[in-house]
Design a protein around this ligand. Sequence first.
Ligand SMILES: C[S@@+](CC[C@H](N)C(=O)[O-])C[C@H]1O[C@@H](n2cnc3c(N)ncnc32)[C@H](O)[C@@H]1O
Length: 258
Amino acid sequence: MSRFFFLIYGGIAYLLFLATFLYTVGFTTNLFVPKTISGHPELPWINALLNNLVLLGIFAIQHSVMARKGFKKWWTQVIPDPIERSTYVLFSSLVLILLIWKWQPMGGVIWSLSSPFLSGLLVAVSLLGYTLILASSFMIDHFDFVGLRQVWRYFRNQSYEPLKFTTAYLYKYVRHPLYLGFIIGAWATPVMTTTHLTFAVIITAYTLVGIYFEEKDLVNFHGKVYSNYQSRIPKLIPGFRKKELPRETPVPVSDRVA
Ligand SMILES: C[S@@+](CC[C@H](N)C(=O)[O-])C[C@H]1O[C@@H](n2cnc3c(N)ncnc32)[C@H](O)[C@@H]1O
């Protein structure tokens, strides 16, 4: 019974994620949806700013806390293992819905392109960023990231197998194509309002901090394989690699003696 219930739960969480993701694309590109990031201001500037910072803070805390190993260890004593990822996906969607719902546009324009061609180009770049997010997720394992692989394997009575490390497709050029997609999607806009800028700056800062912690986990899990990858492949910008000091490489989790 729980197998079937978990599968349905995972499916609902996934559908909600897809709908929220698509709405977010419309929200940030100011296209297709009724509520957009740069609508008409309703609150005094400072109130709107504080409101938006709180919403972005909730988004950042939920994503980073729920993705950490220590939290997962505790959390899986509360909710069953096979639906841990679907629950993360569900909470992430709910937090994003809250952010979009309560977001307060602020007055002020940083740049506004007058050329229809350049405007169209920037919208296309932004949509390309969002496509990059989806495409990169398939290059590792889309269905694992959204929790469907976990509930499906449980349904079929198969135990979970961790994701294999990949350097294929875009991961040959940068270590974080998916996060690069987020940054492109957040910044590429023909009209940069102060409200959009707040969003783009915080999302970029949050992504960079997230990469730092994700890479710590990856080095911890894959050891030398990942630190070699770090030394060969740039983080976010293809062809651009900062000279990094050699790091101490821990023994990978998979090689540790119990
Ligand atoms: C949302 S994905 C983002 C992946 C990557 N940071 C990116 O921006 O393309 C996060 C998950 O991908 C995993 N991951 C990151 N790089 C990976 C790689 N090269 N191969 C396999 N899994 C990876 C992380 O361990 C984490 O569970």
